[in-house]
Design a protein. Structure first.
Length: 245
C-alpha cells in the first residue's frame, strides 16, 4: 500500500518529541511502534529527514543514523532521489537481532531439536490443509533437483544444502500463514550450519536426506497428517544422527 500525499502530515500527530533516551534508539523504536500498531504500513513513504527531526525534536544526524539502522534491519528502503519507504519485502537483512539473541542464549541441541520439531509439525499440518497444486508442484521439483544431485558422481554440497533449505522454504510458503512462514524460515536459517555440518561430514548424507524429504513430500501429496508427522520425526532423528555420528 502506497502512502497518500499527506501521509507525512498525518505522522506529525502520531510522533512525539523524545523522552530522556538515546535519540537514535528513540527514533528506531518510534518507527517500529508505528508499524506494530499499523499506523504506518509497508510501502508508505516516510517524511524527509528534516521533517522527522522536527517532529521528534532530534538532530538530523540522529535521524540519519536511525535510518541506517532501520535499513540494515530491512524495515525501510532508502531510494536515492525518491525518498525513504517502509519496506514491503520480506527478504534477508544484514543481520537479524533476533538471530543474535538466539545465538547469545546458547540453546542446547535438545532445545533446538524441540523447537524445530514443534514448528515443523505445525507447518506440515497447515501445508496439508492449505497447500495448492502449485505448492505441491514446487515441492516435487525441489525434491527432484535434490535427487538428481544425489545421483551425481561428484557431490555438489553447496547446491544440496541450498535445495534442502529451499524445500523447507516452500513448505513455509505452502502453509499460507505468513507469520509462521517467517518464523520457520528464520529457524531454518539458524539450523543451516548444522545441516551443512552433517552434509560435509557424511558422504551418505544426500541419500538419507532425500529419503526423509521424499517421505514428507509423499505425505503432503496424500494429505495424510499422521504420515507427515512420522516423516518429520524420522527426519529429526536422521538429522540428529548425522550431526553427532
Amino acid at each position: 500500500m502506497k502512502a497518500e500525499p499527506n501521509k507525512s502530515v498525518e505522522l506529525s500527530a502520531l510522533l512525539t518529541s523524545k523522552p530522556n533516551a538515546s535519540s537514535v534508539d528513540y527514533i528506531v523504536n518510534s518507527i517500529k511502534e508505528l508499524l506494530l500498531t499499523k499506523k504506518v504500513l509497508p510501502g508508505d513513504r516516510l517524511p524527509p529527514e528534516m521533517e522527522l527531526a522536527r517532529m521528534l525534536s532530534v538532530s538530523r544526524g540522529s535521524v540519519r543514523e536511525a535510518m541506517k539502522i532501520l535499513s540494515a534491519l530491512g524495515i525501510i528502503e532508502i531510494k536515492r532521489g525518491d525518498g525513504t519507504y517502509v519496506s514491503n519485502r520480506g527478504g534477508e537483512v544484514l543481520f537479524d537481532p533476533l538471530l543474535f539473541n538466539l545465538i547469545v542464549s546458547q540453546p542446547s541441541f535438545d532445545e533446538l531439536k524441540e523447537l524445530r520439531l514443534i514448528l515443523e509439525v505445525n507447518v506440515i499440518r497447515l501445508v496439508i490443509r492449505n497447500a495448492g497444486e502449485e505448492d505441491i508442484r514446487e515441492l516435487r521439483n525441489c525434491y527432484a533437483k535434490m535427487n538428481e544431485l544425489k545421483n551425481k558422481e561428484k557431490q555438489e554440497y553447496d547446491e544440496l544444502l541450498a535445495y534442502d533449505l529451499e524445500f523447507h522454504n516452500i513448505l513455509g510458503r505452502a502453509s499460507k500463514n505468513r507469520p509462521l512462514e517467517t518464523i520457520y524460515k528464520f529457524v531454518m536459517q539458524y539450523f543451516k550450519p548444522y545441516i551443512a555440518q552433517s552434509l560435509y561430514k557424511h558422504t551418505n548424507f544426500s541419500l538419507e536426506s532425500t529419503e526423509t524429504h521424499q517421505k514428507i513430500l509423499a505425505a503432503v501429496e496424500k494429505r495424510n497428517f499422521a504420515a507427515a508427522e512420522r516423516a518429520v520425526i524420522d527426519s529429526m532423528e536422521v538429522w540428529e544422527y548425522l550431526v553427532f555420528k
